[in-house]
Design a protein around this ligand. Structure first.
Ligand SMILES: NC(=O)c1ccc[n+]([C@@H]2O[C@H](COP(=O)([O-])OP(=O)(O)OC[C@H]3O[C@@H](n4cnc5c(N)ncnc54)[C@H](OP(=O)(O)O)[C@@H]3O)[C@@H](O)[C@H]2O)c1
Length: 269
């Protein structure tokens, strides 16, 4: 994979920008290779204090002096944030703005601009995110590699066709909240069975974390792993039967479908 960029600028110095900047520093970039702009002085001071990176109120300058510009503002602020930008250095724009399509980016940045659209998720804040980048919207192979490298500093990266970005949003974008709900429910169940709340929460969250690692690290199909722990007539099959009877699988299918539809709707609106 290609080298790190010499300089990365962030337009918008919020939570996701901070997470990615931390990832880049952990991966070996120097603080003087990273800059960020944000309208809020307290936020700028915080980021400079925490990460030692230069921060400024002016977005225009970020674009003029960075090899890669990460667009990390809320969708409703994007158009204003890009006003007066100086893209004469022809930076690569890496957008993490939810719902902002390549067509919108091309309109806002100009037809000549180089950009990659992506969708990270919040576990990026602890370096365990998963991001999707849109692979078919005109970016060069080198620019896709570079985007992948940057987002790879806060987790894993997959490539999908842009038409699937709403599905990504409904699955991994919203997915952490589904997992939190499951952890919450498991915890409550543990408490009902007599476990102290803290112990129940730790057992629940670590169980999900461990199971996810089993899937990722063994490469086994989850159904195979599930069968392996389901001895005939045992405790696990009793639990699984109750989950199936309660409609867990169909509830999850409906959840991702609803979130995907909502993402599509927001993108059109
Ligand atoms: N959080 C996630 O899990 C996640 C996942 C995927 C994608 N995203 C996307 O990532 C983007 C950033 O999310 P976030 O959670 O990091 O949001 P955030 O914490 O609100 O960060 C956005 C930052 O941009 C600043 N800003 C607003 N207007 C600006 C302007 N004109 N110029 C420069 N900076 C400006 C905001 O300042 P103010 O506080 O003054 O508004 C804020 O500090 C969003 O588009 C979001 O949809 C987020």
């Amino acid at each position: 994979m290609m080298d790190w960029p010499e300089s990365v600028g962030f337009v918008g110095a919020g939570n996701m920008a901070e997470a990615i900047a931390r990832g880049l520093l952990a991966a070996g970039l120097r603080p003087d290779q990273i800059r960020a702009s944000d309208p809020v002085e307290a936020r700028r001071d915080y980021l400079t204090r925490e990460l030692g990176v230069e921060t400024l109120p002016d977005n225009a300058e970020i674009a003029a002096n960075s090899e890669v510009v990460v667009l990390a503002v809320k969708p409703q602020h994007l158009a204003a944030a890009l006003e007066g930008l100086d893209p004469s250095g022809r930076p690569l724009f890496l957008s993490i703005v939810a719902g902002c399509t390549s067509a919108i980016l091309a309109r806002l940045l100009g037809a000549e601009a180089r950009f990659v659209r992506s969708m990270p998720n919040t576990p990026a804040l602890v370096g365990s995110g998963v991001s999707a980048i849109a692979s078919d919207s005109g970016a060069s192979a080198a620019d896709l590699d570079r985007a992948e490298r940057i987002l790879g500093s806060v987790g894993r990266v997959v490539r999908v066709r842009e038409s699937l970005m709403d599905a990504v949003t409904g699955l991994s974008g919203s997915g952490p909240a589904y997992a939190y709900l499951f952890i919450e429910a498991l915890t409550e169940a543990g408490v009902r069975e007599g476990l102290p709340a803290d112990t129940a929460r730790e057992l629940s969250a670590r169980t999900l974390e461990g199971a996810a690692r089993m899937v990722n690290e063994t490469g086994e199909h989850p159904a195979v792993l599930r069968e392996r722990v389901s001895s005939p007539g045992g405790t696990t099959v009793a639990g699984l039967e109750a989950l199936e009877a309660g409609g867990l699988r169909s509830a999850v299918l409906a959840a991702v479908r609803a979130a995907t539809a909502r993402s599509r709707q927001l993108g059109e609106g």
